[in-house]
Design a protein around this ligand. Structure first.
Ligand SMILES: O=C(O)CCC(=O)C(=O)O
Ligand SMILES: [Mn+2]
Length: 153
């Protein structure tokens, strides 16, 4: 939906990529707020700060298919994501698409770290439990995903 940070994840007719500016306004993305950087510092175990924070709004039946986060140059940095609003059923697999998976319920305020061996595990959102939270106006779930995209230094 939108991004925070020096790089944002963009998907349009030209494909998908990280870029420093909003594709419509041409403006830089807003900075990642300190409160989110503090969460990164507390849970990531990774000193370099995230360059990208993807902001995704899940509304009315939205889901996210099983995938790996594979578009970052820095393949060692963990991915940290924060769930807000309606609960969601998160599916976590392993390194192979066809491998076994487990599912867990993420509720508002939960933080998931895909790091170490799980950094490149398959994962996705099976469904959002509509009405399980009143945090997001109009209902839904907001997921904030922080990533180090370029190798620091
Ligand atoms: O919404 C979530 O909890 C997962 C988001 C995700 O995997 C992604 O944006 O790559
Ligand atoms: Mn992902």
């Amino acid at each position: 939906m939108t991004n925070l940070g020096s790089l944002g994840w963009v998907s349009d007719q030209a494909g998908y990529r990280y870029q420093a500016t909003h594709p419509v306004t041409g403006l830089p993305w807003p900075a990642i707020p300190q409160a989110l950087l503090d969460i990164w510092a507390a849970v990531s175990g990774y000193a370099p700060l995230p360059q990208a924070c993807l902001v995704n709004l899940y509304q009315q039946g939205a889901k996210m298919g099983l995938h790996r986060d594979e578009n970052e140059e820095d393949r060692d940095a963990p991915v940290v994501s924060i769930s807000l609003g309606d609960s969601a059923i998160f599916r976590l697999g392993g390194p192979e698409r066809s491998g076994p998976t487990t599912s867990l319920k993420l509720t508002s305020g939960d933080v998931v770290v895909l790091g170490g061996s799980s950094r490149h595990f398959y994962h996705g959102i099976d469904r959002v439990l509509a009405g399980s939270s009143s945090l997001v106006q109009g209902g839904g779930r907001i997921n904030l995903t922080m990533r180090v995209v370029r190798r620091p230094g």
